[in-house]
Every structure is written in C-alpha cells, then in structure tokens.
Design a protein around this ligand. Structure first.
Ligand code: NAD
Ligand code: TDX
Length: 328
C-alpha cells in the first residue's frame, strides 16, 4: 500500500485517520491523497501541519467521474479508503437530496472509476451501524450477519452504498472490504452532532435540546479507536469481508448528557445543578431509532483489534480538549 486515496479526508473521521496514518505510531510509510468537497462539515484546519511530501489535498466531488479517474491515474492509486458522505441524520430528514447525491451516486462513481480504470485497486468502504436499523432494549447487538433495515434517509443512503459495493464485489470481483462502526466521539467532530452540540451549549450556558424522553441508546466509540480499526482492516482485512467496530459503551442520551454536565461542572468548578437546569426536552426526531449496538467479536478475534480507550477517560479528555479549543 503505497498510494492511498482517502475520500472525505477533511471530515471528522478523515482528519483523525490522516493524522494517525502520518504519525510514527501507525507504521504507514506511503503517500496519502485526500479528495474532499469541503462541505460545511469539513475540518481542513486539522490537517495544516501534514508533511507535504506525503500528503496531497484535492478539493473536489467524488461524484465527478473524470476527476476521480484522473486522480487514480496521476497518483497510481493502489488503495482507496472511502469515507466521504453526508453524515447527519437530522439534515437527511430535512433535506435528503444531498445524501442521495454524495452517498449513493458518489459511491457509485468511485466504484465505476475503479472498474473502468484499474479493477485491482483495493477499496475499503466505511459504513455505519445505522444500516441495520433499530434494536429493542433486550435484543442482541448487530453482527456482520444482521439484516439491513435502514430507517431514515441517511441510513438508507448508506445502506444503498453498501449494496452497490457488494454488487461490484459479486459481479466484477473487485477487491473490497467494508466496516460498520458505532457512534464516534472525539476531536474535530462537527458541532451539529450530539456530544459537541451539548458541550457548546454547556459552555455558552444555553439550552441543551434533548430529543423526546432522552431514553434512546447509542454505543460510543472513540474516533482514535475507530481509525486504528480501519488501519488494521486496510493491512489485514480479508477481501470480501465486513467488520463491525464498536467498544461496547452503551449510554442513553439522557445519562450521557448528565455525565457531560458533571464533567464540565468539575472542569469549570460550577454547581452541576446549574448545568442540569439547561437540559430542555424538545420534540423527538422523526422516525428516531431507539438503540444501536455493535458486536465487535469478529474484528477482535480475526484481526486482533480491540478498543483501547476507556469511555470515562476518553470523554473526560475530549471535554478538556473541547474547552481548550473552543470556540472553533
Ligand atoms: P463528516 O460529515 O464529519 O465528514 C464527511 C466529509 O466528507 C466532509 O469533509 C465532507 O466535505 C466530505 N464530503 C461529503 N460529500 C462529499 C463529496 N460528494 N465529495 C467529496 N467529499 C465529500 O463525517 P464523518 O463523521 O467523518 O463520517 C465519515 C464516514 O464515516 C461517513 O461515511 C459516515 O457515514 C461514516 N460513519 C460515521 C460515524 C460517526 O459517528 N461519525 C459512525 C459510523 C460511520
Ligand atoms: O441535539 C440533539 N439532541 C439529541 O437528543 C442531537 C443532535 C441529537 N440528539 C440525539 C439523537 C440520537 O439519539 O442524540 C443521539 C445522537 O445523535 P447524533 O449525534 O445526531 O448521531 P446519530 O443520529 O446516532 O448518528 C451518528 O452515528 C452514526 C452519526 O451522526 C452518523 O454519521 C453515524 O453513521
């Protein structure tokens, strides 16, 4: 793996992946080419210090077939890690069109560029646990065999892209792997997402909108554990296989929000009750999935990956980072 194309490398997970791969800890020695459209969600400031001999940025849309083909040829790309996507569920409910364009047509364009130019390029497709739908409290966590059951425009667009990827594997034999991760948290996440949105509200002492009764459950994974898992799959993943990535940290939104209040109260030495008072129940998200949970046994057993970051420690450090870098 010498010439790695990362799509959406300026997004939350992308910047963490590129920073990790270009740090000595990863052992990656090749060159990274990052194509990103620079939507509102991108965080290009996180990549200003990347070494110019090993990192090239191209602003562009993955739905532009000519551009993708040109990149594959000009940089002799041998591996693609595909992250680019519209990623926010609420936006997909209010304005789904961009999700179909980038997530479905964008993935289709990447697959076509590979098929038509060099079908030996290895593609890793980054997907989400949301494609499996919603779990009840007592149902077992999603495995790689769980059926697809997407419930909102975002997850339906991601499920569509997964199906296209598998169809290109089956029909054309393209060398492909895929992963499904749980909710990520950590540095450089856009403030539309739950944890940074709540932290921004807490620092400004503004109301904290909790959807519905706050009982919905999410399974939290530190973004640095996620990018290590992706790197593990890029190096050792078996072609044609899918891997679930999770750290088994289930929290209801309400409990997590209380925890965030407690951590901010400790770090800013203010009474926690003043922060709890900011919590404001609001109308529920349309079609709100109740629970996501991932069974990560396969990647643990087959590839030896394990989440390393303890949730309490990881979230406390993230809150510290957030306070230090706010506003950003
Ligand atoms: P993000 O929204 O933070 O970043 C997405 C990036 O993709 C942005 O920089 C944006 O400019 C770029 N992009 C969007 N459309 C593009 C297009 N048409 N052409 C080129 N670039 C485009 O998203 P993220 O949280 O970093 O998620 C990355 C991937 O991981 C997505 O595929 C998402 O579905 C998946 N994922 C995310 C999570 C999570 O909790 N954040 C969990 C599981 C899977
Ligand atoms: O203001 C809010 N209030 C609230 O109660 C927001 C933004 C969210 N919520 C709730 C909705 C969810 O139950 O918090 C939970 C988390 O919401 P999001 O951060 O929007 O994440 P989610 O909808 O779970 O999707 C995330 O995980 C899977 C990512 O955004 C996706 O890109 C990823 O695929």
């Amino acid at each position: 793996m010498r010439h790695l194309l990362i799509t959406g490398g300026c997004g939350f997970i992308g910047v963490n992946l590129i920073r990790y791969l270009l740090s000595p800890k990863s052992g990656f020695t090749g060159v990274i080419i990052n194509i990103d459209k620079l939507t509102y969600a991108s965080q290009p400031h996180a990549l200003v210090e990347m070494p110019t001999d090993r990192y090239h940025f191209i602003q562009g849309d993955i739905s532009d077939l000519r551009l993708v083909e040109q990149i594959l040829q000009e940089y002799s790309i041998d591996t693609i890690c595909h992250l680019a996507a519209e990623s926010h569920v609420d936006r997909s409910i209010n304005a789904p069109s961009a999700f179909m364009q980038s997530n479905v047509m964008g993935t289709f364009t990447i697959l076509e560029a590979i098929r038509q130019n060099n079908p030996h390029i290895y593609l890793h497709h980054v997907s989400t646990d949301e494609v499996f739908g919603s779990l009840h409290e007592d149902e077992p966590a999603f495995t790689e065999q769980s059926p697809y059951h997407p419930n909102n425009p975002y997850s339906a667009s991601k499920a569509s892209s997964d199906h296209l990827v598998w169809a290109y594997r089956h029909t054309y034999g393209l060398p492909i792997t895929m992963s499904h991760a749980t909710n990520n948290y950590g540095a450089y996440q856009h403030q539309e997402k739950f944890i940074p949105r709540m932290l921004a509200g807490l620092l400004q002492r503004k109301s904290l909108p909790l959807y519905g009764d706050g009982s919905h459950l999410r399974d939290w994974l530190h973004v640095e554990d996620h990018v290590r898992a992706i790197w593990c799959i890029l190096q050792m993943g078996k072609i044609g296989e899918s891997y679930n990535i999770g750290a088994n940290n289930p929290y209801s939104n309400k409990d997590l929000l209380h925890l965030l209040c407690q951590i901010v109260a400790n770090q800013q030495t203010v009474p926690v009750e003043d922060l709890y008072a900011l919590i404001t129940p609001v109308a529920d998200r349309l079609g709100h999935d109740y629970r996501y949970a991932i069974d990560a046994k396969k990647i643990e057993v087959d590839l030896g990956w394990r989440a390393q970051i303890n949730f309490q420690q990881g979230i406390t450090n993230y809150v510290r980072w957030f306070i230090e870098t706010y506003p950003h």
